[in-house]
Write a protein that binds this ligand. Sequence first.
Ligand code: PSZ
Length: 503
Amino acid sequence: MYPLIQRSYRKMMMMMMINGHHYQRLLSSSTATTNYVLNEPSEPNIVTAEIPGPQSRRLIDDLNKIQNAGAIQLFVDYEKSIGNYLVDVDGNTFLDIYSQISSMPLGYNHPALIEAVKDPRNISSFINRPALGILPPKSFNDQLHSALLSIAPSGLNEIQTMACGSCSVENALKVVCFYYRTWQRGQPPTEDDMLTCMTNEQPGSPKLSIMSFMGSFHGRTFGALSCTHSKAIHKVDIPAFDWPIADFPRYKYPLNEYSDYNQREDDRCLAKVEDLIEKYNRKAIPVAGMIIEPIQSEGGDYHGSKYFFQQLRKICTKHHVAMVIDEVQTGGGPTGKYWAHEHFEMDQPPDIVTFSKKMLIGGFYYRPMFRPDKPYRIFNTWLGDPSKLILLEQVVRVVKEQRLLERIAETGDYLLDHLKRIQNQYPSILMNARGIGTFCAIDFPTPSLRDQTIKQLHRNGVHCGGSGSATLRFRTTLTFEKHHVDQFIERFDHTLRSLSNNK
Ligand code: PSZ
């Protein structure tokens, strides 16, 4: 440690070195808040001729000997990465607007998280991963309150933790089926139910369905995969349930120029939802629930309007369909609210909200009436990991103290303004700039132009990724600031200029 203490106006600044990272800790004398300032590099720095560089290539080749390493982009030096900058094994420093597929709340090596890991009181939690469903640690209830329930969507007062996003979705869908069958039967499972379920027969294994939406992504496990419709490679060769698939709106942009068209699109999709519910009820595969993303994220950053979601909530209530909102990708703050669906101001809360990624632990919030009636109906070995709750407690504290949600909303407006400006500058390459907070996206006319741009952005020091077939998506941390936007836009402009010159 190198404590270098300076006194400035009502602030005490300590520069420390933790795990090789300098950071500044600004302690306000008037409040108990800690203002961490990350010592990020001033800009990206690419030192290899090709991305991936030679060290990454060597490691990819080695890995390929023992598994299919075809998806690996880079090997990363996580010790050197900091804040919004990712450093690879070749020493390339990228501005990271993808943040581990939207799963880094505060960026790399945030000092608040390093402190939590170094705190001797937390060591046992990192070492002794418990079977949470039977032997939770003494701090568990407090942690659930401070890390998860303190930021729960309104009306959803109960919580179940899980290990990952897919697992959260799977178990949320099971809760929906428990609830539906109990309502349908008017009593808990009968002896006949208990007997027939053992051989996958009715009525114990009932014919029920979950509605999902074309273009959605809810995970790759068996049940979730029947609700996922973003790319064939995710689904091919896997048996699927006969479950209804509705349409998610596809708007024209700019929204204010196409409001009539978009309104008709909402109404078309809503009518199809109701038709499908009625059709599946007639087929004797009643719709117990629906699962929907507030913004279709993997599928290509498709947004649904406030009106669409408000009406959808009403349809669910009318037909006794449980509404599961999948906030695995949108949740945790990137839209400027902890939960993207809160932008929709629906007349009732969703019935279940799934999360993972930026929340560091998976799980779902649910309305009290969805609590399973018996223990062990929702259960597995780990049910998450309380050491992640220690980290999440810190994240929630930092987000609150540093007003990161308000700041991400401002940074997001700034980003979207710039995207709209640059789209006007390159009208033949860019279109449909859209987003809430920094959860933004922009489209290209073809998949190959999008892919080329992403490759070139990597070479120009921006780590980024696509969604859908021809979209560039922004999935920043919550510590992403206007100066990061400026850096991105400068490199985006440079990249687009070179691409349009080469056309
Ligand atoms: O290719 C993949 O498997 C990817 S790339 C991004 C994701 C998955 N996102 C995960 C995800 C999600 O975005 C939504 C809305 N719901 C569920 C999931 C599944 O979460 P994980 O990956 O944690 O199982």
